[in-house]
Structures are given as structure tokens and as C-alpha cells.
Design a protein around this ligand. Structure first.
Ligand code: AMP
Ligand code: ZN
Ligand code: FE
Ligand code: FE
Length: 283
């Protein structure tokens, strides 16, 4: 039995609905999946229902954009309580930052004589957690760019004219937020963020795992992070980071994580939940 623990829907910047994504998971024979939309858990309820109908095990999740020593890194909270009040309050803040950032990107495009309207982006996004791919799609739809790739290359990539930096929660803050919501904190695609030096510090702060298998990791990169996970006694996870049709073809099915890692992840999340439920020690 295999799992894919990194998936996005149209509740953030993926193109599939939770039901469509679940149908793809079924077609690829996956036995367990996690939904990891950016800065939201809004799609989890529907995905859980769709997965139950298909006999696929579902794990709730969200991918948070965090920062440590000036470097961006992505932390995924797995098996989090999607009703956790503090988590929902913080995520609402991240979402409002994202929405303001869309307005700022559009205003920069306007200054470049591209008459795009923020509402056009919000209409395409149709979710609380809009991001650059939605701006890119709006640029394509408005005829300003031929492809999403062109939109990123010309305008949206880091340091391109319409790029706006995003507020990021500190990595420590993200780990604490995930833990208090009863979830396990895993560093997503460490091979893409060059944050190896930060791993010991993050482990000390409670990091639970490393996403060793990812579509953009070479076999050597995966081996490297498997060794690091082993050295620091961290969970091993993996996922395709499928965003639906965003990148031309869906990535779901390209990563098949052996189920034993899911079992270990759930057992770690259970232990975290137990700790969170204990009354504070003190005199
Ligand atoms: P944001 O969270 O708004 O900064 O947007 C990040 C998202 O943009 C991630 O999901 C990336 O996968 C996506 N992305 C980055 N570069 C590209 C690209 N060249 N083409 C399509 N999507 C991209
Ligand atoms: Zn994304
Ligand atoms: Fe990511
Ligand atoms: Fe992702």
C-alpha cells in the first residue's frame, strides 16, 4: 500500500477540486493521501468525505510558508485538528496577507501598463488562499502572457517586477502552531530550500520529519535526506506536490510512499496530541 502526502486542491493553488483529486488518487491506486493546501485546511472536510467513499485513508494537513534566518522554508502540519481555534485564527491572518499581496502584485503590473484587475485574480482563485499561480493564470486569461511559465518568468518569479515578498511565520512559530493543533511538523521539499544547516536547530525546536521523497528531489537528494532523517531520528515522508494541471500535467502518482511511513507519522501525531492534552505541569 502506497501514499502521497503532498497534494494541493483549488482551496489553494491547485486546479482540482477535492473530489477530482480523490478520483485521481483512486486511479493511481493510492491507499492513503494527505491534503496540504497552502495556509488553509478548508478543503480537508470535503476531501475526507470523498476519500471515505473511495476507501482511501485521509490525513488532514496544511503547508505553511515559514522563515528561518532569512531563508524561506515550507513546513507541513500533518494530522492537525482542522477545528483548532488558534490554528484557524493564524491561518485567517496568513490568508489576508495573501489577499493583500495579490492587490500589491496587481498594482505593480498596472504600473507596467498591464491593465489587470485584482478582482479578475480573485475570481480565478475563488478561495481564501490565493497565490502567484492565480495571478499567472489571470495574466494568461487576459492575453498578457501565453503561458503560466511565461507569467512567472517575466513577472512573478522572485525579483521579477511584479514579485512581492510574502509575510512568513517563523519556523519555530510554525512548529509550535502545528503541535498545539495536535499535528506533526514536517519540512517540505528540503532539497529545494537549501536549509540543511537549519535542521539541527529545527529538530531542537520539535521538527518531526523530513519530506525525503518529492517530485523535484533527485534519487541522490532523497538518499541525502533519508540519511539526515535517520541521523536525527526524524519521520520520513514523501509526496508529489501535485497542483493539478498547473504545470501541464498532474504529478499525483509520481511518488509512492510506502505505507509504513504513514503508520509512523500517525503514531507520532498521536503522541503529540497526548502531550497537548496533558494539563500544564506547575506548582
Ligand atoms: P506563492 O505561495 O504565492 O508564493 O506561490 C508559490 C506557488 O507558485 C507554488 O505552488 C509554486 O509551485 C508555484 N510556482 C512557482 N514557480 C512556478 C512556475 N514557474 N510555474 C508555475 N507555478 C510556479
Ligand atoms: Zn502551491
Ligand atoms: Fe512548498
Ligand atoms: Fe506544496
Amino acid at each position: 500500500m502506497f501514499a502521497d502526502l503532498h497534494l494541493h486542491t483549488n482551496f489553494s493553488d491547485g486546479t482540482y477540486t477535492p473530489e477530482e483529486l480523490t478520483a485521481h488518487a483512486k486511479r493511481h491506486g493510492l491507499g492513503a493521501v494527505a491534503l496540504t493546501d497552502h495556509d488553509t485546511v478548508d478543503g480537508c472536510a470535503r476531501m475526507a468525505i470523498a476519500c471515505e467513499k473511495e476507501g482511501i485513508e485521509f490525513i488532514s494537513g496544511s503547508e505553511l510558508t515559514a522563515e528561518l534566518n532569512g531563508n524561506e522554508l515550507h513546513l507541513i502540519g500533518y494530522a492537525i485538528d482542522t477545528q483548532n481555534p488558534k490554528l484557524l485564527v493564524e491561518m485567517a491572518k496568513f490568508q489576508s496577507v495573501r489577499q493583500n499581496r495579490i492587490r500589491e502584485m496587481v498594482s505593480r503590473l498596472n504600473k507596467l501598463n498591464i491593465p489587470l484587475e485584482a478582482d479578475a485574480v480573485f475570481a480565478i482563485a475563488n478561495c481564501q488562499s490565493p497565490g502567484r499561480p492565480h495571478v499567472g493564470r489571470a495574466l494568461v486569461q487576459g492575453g498578457f502572457c501565453a503561458t503560466l511559465d511565461e507569467a512567472f518568468e517575466r513577472f512573478l518569479k522572485k525579483h521579477r517586477p511584479a514579485w512581492v515578498p510574502k509575510f512568513k511565520i517563523s519556523a519555530m512559530g510554525a512548529i509550535a502552531l502545528i503541535h498545539q493543533a495536535g499535528g506533526a511538523a514536517v519540512m517540505a521539499h528540503p532539497g529545494l530550500n537549501r536549509t540543511d544547516d537549519a535542521i539541527p536547530q529545527l529538530v531542537a525546536e520539535g521538527l518531526d520529519g523530513l519530506e525525503c521523497y518529492h517530485t523535484k528531489h533527485s534519487p541522490a537528494t532523497s538518499e541525502h535526506y533519508l540519511a539526515l532523517a535517520h541521523r536525527h531520528q526524524l519521520l520520513v515522508t514523501g509526496g508529489s506536490d501535485c497542483h493539478g494541471m498547473n504545470k501541464g500535467k498532474p504529478l499525483i502518482g509520481t511518488i509512492k510512499l510506502p505505507y509504513e511511513h504513514v503508520r509512523e507519522l500517525k503514531s507520532r501525531a498521536n503522541a503529540i496530541r497526548q502531550t497537548q492534552m496533558q494539563p500544564a505541569q506547575g506548582h
